[in-house]
Design a protein around this ligand. Sequence first.
Ligand code: NAD
Length: 318
Amino acid sequence: MRRHFERALVIGGAGFIGSHLCERLLQRDTQVVCVDNFVTGSPDNVAHLAGVPGFRLVEHDITHPFADGHGAYDLVVHLASPASPRHYARLPIETLDAGAFGTRHALELAESHGARFLLASTSEVYGDPAEHPQKETYWGQVNPIGPRSVYDEAKRYAEALTAAWCRSRDGDVAIARIFNTYGPRMQADDGRMIPTFIRQALAGEPLTIQGDGEQTRSVCYVDDTVRGLLALADSAMPGPVNIGNPQERRVSEIAGQIRDLVGSTSPVEYVPAAVDDPRRRCPDISLARGSLNWYPEIGLREGLLRTIASIRREPVVL
Ligand code: NAD
């Protein structure tokens, strides 16, 4: 059932997923205060919302407490964190701080306003999973000191803090474990698979596949992810709940499909796999399906066409 939120604080709202979430909340007549320090996001992502009544953008780093004297919130969403391997390799301490201090400040703010709190966690908490597909009950297999650990462990800590807040302070909290999401407004050069392949295919450059391309990913179009986040916010569930697309694909298959949709003749080039890169990643979404009545609706072809069109700055032709 849909709740009505009067006023939401979206931390990390000028990022890829955050900007889409701000849009959807405004469409639901929720006022939105978007807080961001633009470390990986940009005001450009929400520039089109600048004139929309009820929308406000505030530059702030959530690793420091945020005090807003402008009114009450009934929803606080914490999305603030570098999210691509390239960004968190460049910003290791900032990433740990966003998960630790950022989550603490966001939880305190939600508590002081009596707001529902939603944490954007990640499938990376499962690490290189030994169980497949991943259910929320799986505890994961994470290297605590490897190059990816700054992100994985920050999110695991953020989950632990959120769960403790729920148990010990009766907080109204929810944890979403988001799996790979793609769509318009991803940065073409942040190193994530889909925008990288699209950029390379459009430029006629080789599509660089890390490893042998047999590793699998499950990719979810951003509109579906945002619908899932809102369904969880609307519910009373604390989570964690997997939000992702369970259609598992080989990386080489995704690269080939992008090349075909772009109409490119780019060759494929295999480069060494990233350290601790998971071989398989696929969500079990029975919990979200059964309890939130949520499941992805946008197929890979349509999602890729929308994303390609946005990078080309052309209307979508489905
Ligand atoms: P993004 O980098 O586009 O967005 C993150 C936003 O947070 C950016 O605008 C950035 O400037 C902001 N930010 C970072 N640190 C901050 C700080 N200290 N204070 C204020 N703002 C800060 O990434 P995204 O893909 O939109 O991811 C959003 C969230 O969803 C992240 O928490 C990420 O871990 C999670 N997530 C994303 C995916 C995905 O596939 N995109 C998958 C799993 C989880």
